[in-house]
Design a binder for this molecule. Sequence first.
Ligand code: AMP
Ligand code: MG
Length: 419
Amino acid sequence: MKRDISAAEALAQILAQTPVLGFETVSIGEALGRVLGEDVRSTRVLPPADNSAMDGYAVCAADCARAKHDAPVWLPVTFEVPAGRTDVPALARGTAARIFTGAAVPPGADSVVRQEDTDRDGERVAIRVAPELGLNVRRAGEDVAYGELVLEAGARIGPAQLGMLASLGRTVVAVHQRPRVAVLSGGDELVEPDGDITGGRIVSSNSWSIAAQCRELGAEPVYLGIARDAPDDIERKLRAGLAADVIVSSAGVSVGDRDFVRGVLEKLGCRLHFWGVQIRPGYPLAFGCVGEDGRGPLVFGLPGNPVSAMMTFEQFVRPALLRMQGAQRLHRPIVRARLAEAMRKKPGRMHLVRVTLERDGETVIARSTGNQSSGVLTSMIRAQGILIFPADASELAAGASASVQVLDADFLAADAPGF
Ligand code: AMP
Ligand code: MG
């Protein structure tokens, strides 16, 4: 087991042990937010036929070449094509067909003159503009060609991807499995939210934050409850998590007399890869795997303090859970931000500073959320980003720039639409 490693080494060790999970088939109604597990090639042409982009008249452009506003070309209107008509006859030269948006363009027609550029008089229509060939016609296949690779495995399925799957006639789709994450809290001081907090007990907020962090990125938390500070209770609860893909336990992994989690993990056959990462908050982080063959769950022993637990989840558990789902990008967006005020620390550990972010023209300004204590959960509520204060540095001057992981892109949200 390694001790006191850097954040980069910790992450590399974790990802080296993290498998990509297998696939499952889900209906497209369930697929939003999942990671696509297959390349989707089109078995269709989209749109399937030339169709009209306007309400108007389908014509042969050559028949209207001399049309002018005050010298229209008159054509007989021989039939109508409403949207959805499938038995569309061919258009004879020198005639027009009434057509509506989305309707198939008749064979023989090559352009659609919009209604506003015509005048109808009984069975005839006056065409008042000379259409360019193909005017107002959406060509078959202009969106998707037959056999085209439309969606690539590893893509997150969003609203547009779902619409495309539906358009291709897909009712089910292969996606990566969602990791099941057993979430365990531990400590004699902890109660559930409706519990009695007299005598200095506290609510196990980590149970909720961590389960929510799992859900937010598509993993499925399974709550194991609160273990007492007693090896047998920790063991019983951890055993219930052995069938999961990942176990995330918070607290009890430090060096206190009542920190039993590491010992119990080892007893359960968990090989610890490292303990202690040179970061703040979050130093007492442990990581291991159950089973020599790597088929048991990955195990994260997070520190107990609410900010440390969330921060280590964010930096180390989140990328692993994304990797498991087949995601291609594992990390938050990073921006370079300018510090509103100087920051100081002792060299040695990398600090993960919770900051608010503000746009000033093209520049992003980062400002500490205030009290950076690892028990101050409000710092996570305020945080729009996490500023990387490198391990070796001891000062970042006001106005200096630093890398910030963006947690909340809403700082870019505008109060006007930009048009
Ligand atoms: P420990 O790692 O057990 O020493 O816990 C460190 C700090 O985190 C202590 O102040 C604990 O009360 C607090 N803590 C531990 N577990 C939780 C939890 N599930 N929710 C909120 N705070 C916790
Ligand atoms: Mg404790």
